[in-house]
Design a protein around this ligand. Structure first.
Ligand code: PFF
Length: 460
């Protein structure tokens, strides 16, 4: 424990790495879909409201816990509430981070494989809709292929994390994040200049009240928690490498802003593209990404280029998120068990890979894994269940516990002390943050968890 702890090289390094964690498949793939299903512009507004009400302050709370204790999630709770059951919130975070990475890497593996599929020019105008679907089924439903790409993606993640905080995570975030933004902007321009782009754009920007209901609010909170990587200790771990003098509130604000900006830009890129295709109902989820969009790329000029760019974008976004997921258990083994980073990274990468094999086989390759149960009207396979329990329930529950811990156990005076070490945020802002973390966040998150207990398929 005597060796000095890893830390970020500058304040921008933290912002880049934390935004890298936040910005992922959740922004580029999930946000446009959820927004479409929930009334377009209204959803975007409700979403922004909850980012401000919950996301921003829980993010501040999480980073503060990490920076204050200079520890991984388990160590952070142990230090601040010794001998209590709070450390289990940290344990749940570490386990959930491993759970999320296991299936996230499978999905990211598909995007990686599509970089090559698309670049190879397979999606051309001769290909029928059915043939494009076959390419997709042949990727996700082929056990060897799915496992191979999952393995490759996990290897990339391990390769970055093994390099450490500065030489691995920071270095790669600095390269990948600007690249991601550049590709996304080019795609937005391409999409907005497609013939008929206005139709899709208006679907995204116009408010459709008929699609708004109670589940819209649940979806918005769930999306905000997932998108900002909250509740499972990721931001706590990244915060533990943060400099004491840095303005924590401003950095958290920058992360929220960038994460929301990228999600909206992704909506602007995807919606117009979707509705320019005649005779096709806009699909959601994996079908949207791997079937509808490739069909579009097969029809537009320079489609191979834009298609490849799109899958590169998804892969980049995914890798900067998955490194943050892997860093959580790695930091646990390094801090709490005194392991070498290298060994911790290899072990955690291996666990993520092995657990992920079940998800990789759950899209057609193995029948019982593909349809484990039905929740509501949805047939759920292993991957869907992991996403529901790890990516939604566990993260939302963790966010609730963190808000309760910071607001009531650690206490708002301690929080305010931690966030006023550097440049002071204005007094009024401090009061608002304290009020939100003590009252608003626990209230809303407890209500949400209660709804989920009564109606478990509210997220599904
Ligand atoms: N925020 C990421 C996304 O939007 O894709 C996903 C994620 C990363 C969730 C890291 C949780 C996490 F700890």
């Amino acid at each position: 424990m005597t060796k000095t702890r890893d830390n970020w090289g500058s304040k921008f390094a933290f912002i880049l790495a934390a935004s890298g964690s936040a910005i992922g498949l959740g922004n580029i793939w999930r946000f446009p879909t959820v927004a479409y299903q929930n009334g377009g512009a209204i959803f975007v507004q409700i979403y922004i409201l909850f980012v401000l009400l919950i996301g921003f302050v829980v993010l501040i709370g999480e980073i503060s816990l990490g920076r204050h204790t200079q520890r991984n999630p388990v160590g952070a709770f142990r230090r601040l509430a010794p001998g209590s059951a709070w450390k289990h919130v940290g344990v749940l975070g570490v386990l959930s981070a491993l759970g999320v990475i296991s299936y996230y890497s499978v999905v990211a593996g598909w995007t990686l494989s599509y970089v090559f599929t698309t670049a190879g020019g397979i999606f051309n105008s001769q290909l029928t809709q059915a043939e494009i679907s076959e390419v997709f089924d042949g990727t996700v439903g082929n056990p060897l292929k799915a496992i191979f790409w999952h393995f490759t993606f996990m290897l990339l993640t391990v390769g970055v994390v093994i390099g450490g905080v500065r030489k691995g995570i920071e270095r790669w975030s600095k390269i990948l994040m600007p690249l991601l933004l550049l590709i996304l902007i080019l795609l937005v321009i391409r999409s907005l200049t497609l013939e008929g782009a206005e139709i899709g754009l208006s679907k995204f920007l116009e408010a459709d009240w008929s699609k708004v209901s109670g589940t819209t609010v649940i979806a918005a909170i769930g999306q905000a928690v997932f998108s900002l990587s909250l509740g499972i200790g990721t931001m706590m771990t990244y915060g533990s490498y943060m400099n004491r003098e840095e303005n924590l509130v401003r950095s958290a604000g920058a992360v929220c802003f960038l994460d929301t900006l990228i999600a909206i830009l992704a909506g602007l890129a995807i919606f117009p593209a979707l509705f320019t295709m005649k005779g096709m109902e806009p699909e959601v989820g994996a079908k949207l990404i791997f079937i509808v969009l490739p069909r579009l790329f097969s029809e537009i000029p320079f489609g191979v280029l834009f298609g490849t760019g799109f899958f590169v974008l998804l892969s980049l976004a995914a890798v900067t998120s998955s490194i943050s997921l892997l860093e959580v258990p790695v930091a646990y083994f390094v801090d709490e068990r005194g392991w070498k980073r290298r060994n911790a990274t290899l072990l955690c990468g291996m666990i993520g890979f092995l657990v992920g094999i079940f998800s990789a086989l759950s899209l057609g390759a193995v029948d019982w894994l593909s349809e484990i149960t039905t929740i509501g009207t949805r047939k759920m396979g292993f991957l869907d269940l992991m996403d529901l329990f790890m990516g939604q329930y566990s993260m939302t529950f963790g966010a609730m516990m963190i808000a309760l811990f910071v607001g009531w156990r650690w206490g708002t005076p301690a929080l305010l002390k931690e966030i006023t070490r550097g440049d002071d945020p204005p007094g009024r802002l401090r009061k608002i943050i304290a009020f939100q973390i003590r009252y608003i966040c626990p209230l809303l998150l407890i209500a949400l968890i209660a709804i989920l207990i009564i109606n478990p398929n509210a997220f599904a």
